[in-house]
Ligand binder design. Structure first.
Ligand code: AMP
Ligand code: MN
Ligand code: ZN
Length: 885
């Protein structure tokens, strides 16, 4: 097992500090003659080494070899050995179902053919190895059937992967992948449909408990804005974004951390900085564990949490069959009790926990909260004020390892069982063993927190410095903001650069097209990009540029369902790439291995329509590309620049669409089709770019019946004066807001009032729960809502019982918003303002360089601190690869 781990590490060179405990005491033989994998691998490597040495000792080709060859004995020996080797190779190939006619090749051309056979077989075998390693790494490639909407699987089948032996209870399994086939997609039940649009994430929060600063009106009035006519065909987030971008209202609010002010003003009370005796955890068998799947129970839990002074939290997550990922479970442990919340069931109600999660006098203990903080925001609109992250504590204490299983061993003497970490957490009902695993993730955490606090003080001779630094680091983590993965015309280069291969222009073009196809499909079907087309297959197709659709299939093993479905589209993309002029493009991989790489994402004046980037004019000099979105320094990245200088035409014409008729006419059928596919990828923010030509989607523009056409006309009627007036109003409002910010004391009072008010308008959650329980007896049915509908105000919940009867069934499949049908540039008659240009990376990337729209700082006091924090941790916030890990 240990060596399997090593191999994994070599193959993926991925840091994995979790599953790193090596189980001891395996007495069963791994395979006849070998005690364990280690033993077997050692033997295998030894044999390979010997063989390599022996082949190195053979007489060199040429004179040496010819001389020896003149001895009949040598000749005979060679033939016998050669035959044996060929037989052996044939058998290996047959075993892997490869072509294997090694021995009966014609003597003359045979060598070449045999060599090809070996190369092909090696590819197949290594591919299989790659798949198995990936699977072991948590990337599940098993083909799961695409479920028709509403299909109820008769029974959940649970199967496990790599379970070794039958030694029940023994620690011989390093990890287990629990997979259930035919799991109904939890997304189908979500009240608020998932918004996979290529737009930045806007916080879900609409009610703000424990506020020191009131929630901006943008969030509290969300429900009213739905009436805007121009929003009809556009996802809510995008509609809001467009509206506010136009009016310059709320832009700061939309991307700010809703609890920034509170976190900036959070001070750790002395009681949390002084020594207390660690309180031992209750044995797990004596601790009650509740599974929470109704609003009523959730409310009861919320009230319990309001009364304790600390509790531990963890989440389980699924990322393979969803574009953004879904939080499947939340585990909470108090000193007395464990809770497991079905967050698939209670997704839209989870926000009520903000009451305790943002209560500054309750400590929330997490282990390695980085992802959790983002998932909480993304799925539930939950924030954490007063976080203690035991992972950070472990780092400050300089422990041997910082994983939870190590802490469990170190402080509690328990052997952590991280085997279920990679299970499919969507499985319902939750199997007992998974529930047990989940609760043990938080059960011991409060005791560990106690111990670590004491140790941090001891370590520093009773001085609170170290402990304080852990609180600060934890606060930094709770200040993290979730950022949606944004597709830009440059995204593919980032991924491509990671591959240590050099692509020629055709291969690079294919990669770019496949990458865009994959992103679009993943968003549309709500699948991870890895499910649609794993990166290594994308690389392989780009490398091979198969001439036939069958060749594309051959590059994929197993063939992803969507590749099979759309193989013809893919084939056209590949064909399009093949029609590029062939040139070698060198992409040097960065040599600075240990150093943090400088972020190179820059959104330049390239668009997916721009086929010019792969055409190379001989004497064209690299010209600096204009940076549209980023405020980054124009540090040139040599690699990317190198490619650009090769593949890009240096004109700033990207967003000027007009393509000469002759060019269009000269395109082949494949090119035309590919162009159409690419054309459906539109930068929804293109209208904010300074462009002379207004880009209008051809379909929508020419179809007067389309909503977009109508909206476009409506917008066009707006006069410039109107817009000017709006701008002025917005400016005034901003000025006022600024003055308000100065009166902090008044604010506080207001905040409390506003929160109280909102509570008054809204039935208390307790009441809601009671109401709900009254209306529908026990388990509530889901109330499906329109795509893009924002989280309902609590008051709505009271009506949910009546509503649900009239609304469509939850199984009604999610129809993702189709950008290709909409013309987002209809608004482009707005004057573009430089300072208001949207940077899709802005919310995620280095905010030190970020200027708020309008060039003003957000909140005088609060702003500075956040800036300095974020500046130092910019690399953490940016995550382009999704799903992560
Ligand atoms: P944990 O905090 O260890 O319970 O992990 C929370 C979630 O993170 C799990 O449910 C997984 O979805 C994901 N996760 C944790 N570790 C890994 C890993 N090594 N590879 C992939 N996903 C992981
Ligand atoms: Mn966790
Ligand atoms: Zn966990």
């Amino acid at each position: 097992m240990a060596s399997l781990k090593n191999k994994k590490a070599v193959a993926s060179s991925k840091k994995d500090d979790t599953n790193s405990d090596v189980p001891e005491g395996e007495d069963k033989e791994f395979c006849p003659g070998y005690k364990d994998v280690d033993d077997f691998v050692k033997y295998g490597l030894g044999s390979v080494l010997l063989a390599t040495k022996a082949s190195g000792g053979l007489p060199q080709a040429g004179d040496d070899f010819d001389f020896y060859r003149s001895f009949p004995g040598f000749q005979e020996f060679c033939e016998v050995q050669g035959d044996q080797l060929l037989l052996c190779m044939s058998q290996i190939m047959q075993h892997h179902s490869c072509r294997s006619r090694m021995r009966d090749c014609d003597k003359l051309t045979g060598l070449e053919e045999r060599f090809d056979l070996v190369v092909d077989s090696n590819d197949v075998i290594l591919e299989k190895v790659g798949i198995l390693l990936d699977e072991a790494d948590g990337v599940n490639r098993s083909q799961q059937p695409v479920m028709p909407a509403g299909f109820q699987p008769p029974k959940i089948v649970i199967s496990s992967w790599n379970r070794k032996g039958s030694s029940s209870g023994s620690r011989s399994e390093t990890f287990r992948l629990l997979q259930a086939k035919n799991i109904q997609r939890p997304q189908l039940k979500f009240k608020e449909k998932v918004d996979n649009s290529n737009t930045p994430f806007i916080p879900k929060i609409f009610i703000k408990p424990n506020a020191l600063k009131p929630l901006p009106s943008y969030f509290t009035t969300k429900h009213m804005r739905k009436e805007r006519p121009e929003d009809l065909d556009v996802p809510a987030a995008l509609a809001d974004f467009i509206h506010h971008q136009r009016t310059q209202e709320h832009i700061e609010d939309m991307f700010a951390h809703p609890y920034q002010f509170e976190l900036d003003h959070l001070t750790v009370p002395d009681s949390l900085l002084s020594k207390t005796e660690p309180k031992m955890y209750k044995p797990i068998e004596e601790t009650p564990c509740s599974f929470i799947e109704t609003l009523e129970d959730l409310v009861a839990l919320s009230e319990k949490l309001n009364e304790v002074s600390e509790f531990a939290v963890d989440l389980e997550h699924h990322s393979y069959r969803s574009f953004l990922g879904v939080t499947c479970l939340m585990q909470i442990s108090t000193r007395e009790q464990d809770f497991i919340i079905d967050t698939l069931e209670l997704r839209s109600e989870m926000y009520i926990l903000n009451e305790s999660f943002t209560n500054p006098s309750t400590v929330k203990v997490f282990h390695g909260a980085d992802s959790d903080i983002e998932w909480l925001q993304r799925d539930f609109g939950l924030y954490v004020v007063n976080l203690f992250d035991t992972h950070q504590a472990s780092r400050v204490l300089n422990l041997a390892r910082n994983s939870l299983d190590h802490l469990l061993k170190h402080y509690c003497g328990t052997d952590a069982d991280k085997r279920y970490q990679l299970a499919d957490w969507r499985i319902r009902p939750l199997p007992d063993e998974m529930a047990h695993y989940a609760r043990s993730d938080t059960h011991y955490l409060l005791y560990i927190y106690d111990c670590m606090k004491a140790e941090l003080l001891d370590f520093n001779h009773g001085q609170p410095g170290l402990l304080q630094s852990v609180w600060n680091k934890s606060k930094d983590i709770s200040l993290k903001k979730y950022a949606k993965p944004i597709f830009t015309e440059e995204s593919y280069l980032e991924v491509q650069k990671k591959q240590k291969r050099s692509f020629n222009t055709q291969q690079l073009a294919a990669f770019r097209l496949l990458f865009a196809w994959r992103d679009k499909l993943a968003r549309q079907e709500d699948e991870s990009t890895g499910y649609v087309l794993p990166a290594h297959m994308m690389i392989k197709i780009s490398e091979e540029l198969p001439k036939e659709p069958q060749g594309i299939i051959a590059c994929c093993n197993p063939v992803p369902p969507m590749v099979r479905q759309q193989v013809n589209e893919l084939h056209l993309l590949v064909q399009e790439a093949r029609e590029m002029p062939l040139l070698k493009v060198e992409i040097a991989t960065p040599k600075t291995k240990g150093l943090a790489p400088t972020r190179t994402t820059k959104v330049t004046l390239f668009g997916p329509h721009d086929t010019s980037r792969v055409h190379i004019a001989d004497d064209e000099l690299p010209v600096k590309q204009g940076v549209l979105f980023s405020d980054d320094d124009h540090k040139s990245d040599t690699d990317v620049e190198k490619i650009r200088s090769l593949v890009a035409s240096a004109k700033i014409t990207l967003f000027e669409e007009p393509v000469a008729k002759e060019i269009l006419e000269s395109l082949s059928v494949a090119q035309m089709k590919a162009r159409r596919i690419i054309e459906s990828f539109e930068n929804p923010f293109r209208m904010y770019l300074p462009s002379s030509g207004v880009h209008v989607n051809e379909n929508a523009k020419s179809d007067p019946s389309s909503k977009i056409f109508e909206i476009s006309q409506r917008w066009k009627l707006r006069t410039m004066e109107q817009q000017q007036r709006e701008l002025e109003l917005a400016k005034k409002a901003k000025e006022e807001a600024k003055q308000q910010a100065k009166k902090a004391a008044e604010e506080r009072r207001k905040a409390k009032e506003s929160y109280k008010e909102s509570l008054q308008n809204v039935a208390t959650v307790r009441q809601q729960a009671a109401e709900c329980a009254k209306v529908d007896g026990k388990k509530r049915e889901r109330v499906p809502s329109e795509p893009g509908e924002s989280t309902p105000k609590p008051s709505k919940k009271l009506k949910s019982a009546e509503k649900k009867k009239t609304k469509a069934s939850p199984q009604e499949s999610f129809k993702p918003f189709d950008y290709s049908q909409s013309d987002l540039k209809v608004f482009s008659d707005t004057k573009s303002k430089d300072n208001s240009q949207f940077d899709p990376n802005r919310q995620a990337c280095d905010p030190k360089k970020k200027k708020m729209a309008g060039g003003k700082k957000s909140h005088s006091g609060a702003g500075n601190r956040s800036m300095s924090y974020l500046a130092g941790t910019s690399n953490r916030g940016f995550r382009h690869n999704w799903p992560k890990r």
